[in-house]
Every structure is written in structure tokens, then in C-alpha cells.
Design a protein around this ligand. Structure first.
Ligand SMILES: *Cc1c(COP(=O)(O)O)cnc(C)c1O
Length: 475
């Protein structure tokens, strides 16, 4: 058959639209997407014929499987871009994978608030306009011991709002050792510039002394800023000035002291064998006037920036026009309220807040999960080229928090015989629910600290899928 005749074998769009399978597809996928998929699949066959590198048999084969290909394309096109994944990396606060998770009870609260009207900005006692900032202030103050508090979109916004309110067009003194970049282009010097405050960097990269701060103070000085060097540590010949010492200076010169704590831990993590991380309460106790921290790092809540401290500054911030731009939405307020309430009882917090739960998970529990998953995998996948082991590993806190901390953990280690582990890892990522793993020295690692038991089915099926694909790839 010549090319011209091959074209006539391709079914018409209308014919395809009439097929039972395609009609069924349109019951849950918008017609436009199905139509686009039909055209795309037909065009692909046309292109091949045009290029002349396809036999009649192959054309017929493509046409035979056309309905299946259309369905797959349509399903792919119809899938949400933002999707759940399985985090098997062992990095608990994984910024690229959405940082902290929230539990179902928190979800229920979000859903109740979002699908109904609420008192978001309504004072139920007075029957008049209220403030969205009122809902969280009491609980933040109760937990941290602060006088006043407000919540904005994220911690970057919190820092900017604090500086803009307290130091616009004035100088703010900060140590050179704390001029950090957090990632995602959050750099302290840039944020300061945007806020309108003038940065005065003192000391050197590795050493800053109290006298360095003191020498820089003049009439233009509006505040002292301390930034938690969340994601890196300077080791060796170093010294920095603690908030406690800065407090002396602040008192002497009557200047406010602001601290960007980054992670915002509210409980003493050293009890759980994790390196001690200064808590928000510590900073306030040391006399810091304004503390800012993230809602979705070690706190384990939704994305938010929490500002807590002296009431006079908080009230001023609420009046700053930037507040409107940084304002927190009702989903966040709902989720944060549930999360913060857990902190009224530390045992409840570590049980209910997924981030804390994973970080404080006993090794024994992780080991048991690993054994269970290994059994499930072995029962399902019987293949000589696929080997499963349990190995000791280390999880990370992540989120730029406690960068040196290595948490002893257990991982499923998969090795493949004569098959590409890189290809296998790619396949895991393209599975219906992508599985994100670590590839190290030609083995695939799944750290059980960050994988829940209710995800085991997905993992087993994903592994099965990836193995099948990697074998096809080899052929
Ligand atoms: C993470 C971090 C930020 C940014 O917080 P976001 O909530 O991501 O905006 C700012 N400062 C420090 C010290 C941080 O660790």
C-alpha cells in the first residue's frame, strides 16, 4: 500500500468520538481534553506515515491500540499538575516536597472553614467587623509567653514586615556571619533592602563580638537583628554574640532587638535525642523584642510566618500597609490554630503533628516498618534481578533546620542485577503516585522514617511498575 492509501486507514475524529470507550471517558474527562487527545494521537500516526518509515502492519497496530493511547493521553492531560508523592528520601521537612504535612483532623478544620462562611473578620460578640489576626494571637502568646502576635504568609514576609515597621529608612545592625541565603532567593541582605531598612553588617564571617555591634550604633540605628543561621554552621575559630548579650546592648541604648529564628521550635527536641535547637520561648525569655519564625518547618503546621513579641511593635505591624499584601488566608489560620493547640500538651504535639512525629519516631518503630515493607515487597515481587535488603541509614531534618543532625534510621535498599538503577529511579518518579527515593552507589534507598504504612501499597505497586518498565527498557 502506498502512503496515500495508508492515510485512509486512520479513523475519523467523529468515528472515534462515537466509540463506547471514548464516550465513557468523556463522562469524567472534559470533552475538550478528550478531543485534543484524539487529535494528538491521530496526528502522531499521520506524521509517521508522512515520514514513510512505517509499514502497513505497524499502522494497523497503532490504529488497533488507538483507543487505549487516547485514554492514556487524556488521563495524563486531565491529571492535576500539583500531585501527592511518596517521600522516601528520609528528609522530613523537604522543601521541594511540600515541607510539613498536616493531619486529617487539621484537614477537617480547613474543610469546615473553607466550605462554610466563617467569622474570619467578624467579631461575634459585638456583631461587627473583626480582625483576622485575632484568632491566633491568644494561642501563640499562651504557648510562647509573648505579649502580642500576628501571622503572615511566610517567615520571609514576617522578617520584611518587622524590619519595614521598626526600621524603615533607618539602620539595622546584623552580624556578617548571619547574612544568610535560605534558598529560593531569600537572602537577608535583599529582604532588608526591600523593607527599606539599611543594613549595617558588623564583624567578620567567622567572628563577631559584642563590641562590633556597639561600635556601629549611632542616631540612625533603629534595631539590632539576630538571624538564626538555620541551614549552615561555621565551625572552628568562631564566635557569635548570643541574644542574651545583645540584650545588654539593647537595654543600654534603648533599641529593639529582632530575631529571625527560622524554624521556630516550640519544644525541647533534645529530649528526643535531637540536637538542642533554641526555642521561641528561649528567645523571648532572653529579652528579644520580636521573634519571627516559619509555620511549616519544625513547628509542623501550614506555610506561615509567625511574629511574636512586644505588643507595641505587633500593633504597629498590624497597621503597616504591607500587612495587607502579606496577609494570611483562612485555610492557613484554620490549620495553624489546630496545630498550635496540640502544643498545649507536648505528648499530643509529638503524636499528632506529622513533622514532630517523624522526627521523634523511635528507631525500633522505623525498623518494624522496614521489616513489614520488606515482607510485602517480597511477597509481591519475585524476580531474580530484584534484591531487597534493610540497611542502616540516616534521615535528615531538612527545611534548612539542624543541618548537621543525622537521625539514625532504617532503609529498604534495592539493588538490581543487570538493570539500570537510574532508569528504575526515573520510573518510580513517573509512577501514578510518584515515589521519590535516594539513589546512592547504584542502590535505591527508601527511608522508612518518612514513609507511612498506609503508603506501603503504593510503594509496592510502584516498585512493581518500575521493575516492569526497566525490563522493557532493556529489551
Ligand atoms: C526558612 C527561613 C526563612 C524563610 O522562611 P519561609 O517561611 O520559608 O519564608 C527565613 N529565615 C530563616 C533563618 C529561615 O531559616
Amino acid at each position: 500500500m502506498n502512503n496515500r492509501n495508508l492515510f485512509t486507514l486512520i479513523p475519523k475524529v467523529d468515528e472515534l468520538l462515537d466509540k463506547e470507550n471514548i464516550k465513557k471517558l468523556m463522562e469524567f474527562i472534559p470533552r475538550k481534553i478528550v478531543l485534543d487527545s484524539i487529535r494528538l494521537e491521530i496526528d502522531q500516526i499521520r506524521e509517521k506515515i508522512k515520514k514513510g518509515n512505517i509499514t502497513e502492519e505497524e499502522v494497523l497496530e497503532s490504529i488497533n491500540s488507538l483507543e487505549g493511547s487516547i485514554e492514556k493521553t487524556a488521563r495524563d492531560k486531565n491529571a492535576y499538575k500539583l500531585r501527592r508523592v511518596v517521600n522516601a528520601t528520609g528528609v522530613v521537612i523537604h522543601t521541594n516536597l511540600g515541607r510539613s504535612l498536616i493531619n486529617m483532623k487539621t484537614m477537617d478544620s480547613i474543610s469546615e472553614i473553607a466550605s462554610n462562611y466563617s467569622n474570619l473578620e467578624y467579631d461575634l460578640d459585638r456583631g461587627a467587623r473583626g480582625s483576622r489576626y485575632s484568632h491566633l494571637e491568644e494561642i501563640v502568646c499562651e504557648i510562647t509567653g509573648g505579649e502580642g502576635a500576628m501571622v503572615v504568609n511566610n517567615n520571609a514576609a514576617a522578617v520584611m514586615l518587622a524590619l519595614s515597621t521598626m526600621a524603615k529608612d533607618k539602620e539595622v545592625i546584623v552580624s556578617r556571619g548571619e547574612l544568610i541565603e535560605i534558598g529560593g532567593s531569600f537572602r537577608i541582605p535583599d529582604v532588608m533592602e526591600q523593607s527599606g531598612a539599611k543594613l549595617v553588617a558588623v564583624g567578620t564571617t567567622n567572628k563577631t563580638h559584642l563590641r562590633d555591634y556597639e561600635r556601629a550604633i549611632n542616631e540612625e540605628t533603629a534595631a539590632l537583628l539576630k538571624v538564626h543561621t538555620s541551614n549552615y554552621r561555621i565551625l572552628g575559630f568562631t564566635s557569635s554574640v548570643d541574644s542574651e548579650e545583645l540584650f545588654q546592648l539593647k537595654e543600654k541604648y534603648n533599641l529593639p532587638l529582632i530575631e529571625d529564628l527560622g524554624s521556630g521550635v516550640l519544644i525541647d527536641l533534645s529530649k528526643y535525642g535531637i540536637e538542642y535547637e533554641p526555642t521561641v520561648q528561649d528567645s523571648l525569655n532572653k529579652g528579644v523584642d520580636i521573634v519571627t519564625f516559619s509555620g511549616d518547618k519544625l513547628l509542623g503546621g501550614p506555610q506561615a510566618g509567625i511574629i511574636v513579641g512586644k505588643k507595641e511593635y505587633i500593633e504597629e505591624m498590624k497597621r503597616n500597609p504591607l500587612t495587607r499584601a502579606f496577609r494570611v488566608d483562612k485555610f492557613t489560620i484554620a490549620a495553624l490554630e489546630v496545630t498550635l493547640r496540640y502544643y498545649l500538651d507536648e505528648n499530643i504535639a509529638t503524636r499528632e503533628i506529622p513533622t514532630l512525629n517523624m522526627l521523634t519516631m523511635p528507631l525500633e518503630e522505623i525498623k518494624n516498618k522496614a521489616l513489614k515493607l520488606k515482607r510485602r515487597i517480597n511477597r509481591r515481587i519475585k524476580d531474580n534481578s530484584f534484591l531487597v535488603d534493610i540497611e542502616d541509614s540516616f534521615s535528615e531534618v531538612g527545611g534548612g533546620s539542624l543541618p548537621l543532625e543525622k537521625l539514625a534510621s532504617k532503609s529498604i535498599a534495592i539493588s538490581l542485577k543487570d538493570l539500570s538503577t537510574q532508569e528504575f529511579e526515573n520510573n518510580l518518579r513517573e509512577y501514578t503516585i510518584p515515589i521519590i527515593t535516594r539513589l546512592y552507589k547504584d542502590k535505591i534507598y527508601l527511608d522508612l522514617r518518612t514513609v507511612r504504612e498506609d503508603e506501603f501499597n503504593i510503594v509496592v505497586e510502584g516498585l512493581e511498575y518500575a521493575l516492569k518498565k526497566v525490563k522493557e527498557y532493556k529489551q
